[in-house]
Ligand binder design. Sequence first.
Ligand SMILES: C[S@@+](CC[C@H](N)C(=O)[O-])C[C@H]1O[C@@H](n2cnc3c(N)ncnc32)[C@H](O)[C@@H]1O
Length: 274
Amino acid sequence: MDEFEEFYEANRQNWNNRAELHSSDETGRYRIARVLAGGSSLHEIEAREIGDIAGKDIAHLQCHIGLDTLSLKHLGARSVTGLDFSATALKAARSFAAQAGTEARFVEASVYDARQALEGDFDLVFVTWGTIIWIDDIFRWGRVVSSLLRPGGKVYLLDMHPQLGQFDIDEGWPKLRFPWKTRAADPIVFDLDYTYTGDPRPLTHRRFYELIHPLSDVINALVVAGMSVDFLNEHAVVAWEAFPGMEEVGEDLFALLPEHPKIPLSFSVGATKL
Ligand SMILES: C[S@@+](CC[C@H](N)C(=O)[O-])C[C@H]1O[C@@H](n2cnc3c(N)ncnc32)[C@H](O)[C@@H]1O
């Protein structure tokens, strides 16, 4: 196993472990009951920014336990297909789909293999919250996204801002700690005891590897893959409590406290395949 396979495998095991905890989540973070009742787990930002999805064929990359995938169907998509590399996450996703009575396909594959793994072309590729930090080649990611779309089809990406990714907690305060871009061979290594939902059950696969991609790389990855950028937005909120004591300013959307100098916490990009 080379170093890249080692990073990938550690991340997959960490995600299998988290998926087990998240699918029996009692913190409310994943809005399981709401989705099983036919509702939506999308946050206000993505629900607004994706626009009308009625009648669209949607590929949801890194779909995790499938709750957003099912939500997209509940919001009117014609078809939804979730893809993830975690077998544990997909087992939960299929079980939630059955419980909700919602038609959805879930496919186990690496993002890099999405074109071969998914049948047909899509109107929308949906990618949100906690995704590209796991991707070590953002330009390859851009080509995969583009290859999944029909001409005129769109990608919607909403994720942690790379500027936020540079900070870590030190004695409770955000401290600048990581570089603004990382190399695939030199990812940021974390060993954490708990997942981010506040679940008190400890992780058994604690190690994972993350990457930081500058916004310029994300945008250029889409452009060189044949896409035209419709918008790039930066937001003062993020969908998890990145630092202890952040202020919840919308449902599951957190902002820095007034005493902290403001930085962008998340960003979103919409782009259309030419
Ligand atoms: C934070 S979750 C994404 C959450 C998602 N927004 C949702 O709907 O719940 C990250 C997901 O990415 C998946 N993942 C990480 N690296 C991957 C890769 N290289 N290929 C496929 N899936 C990957 C993990 O298994 C995990 O389910």
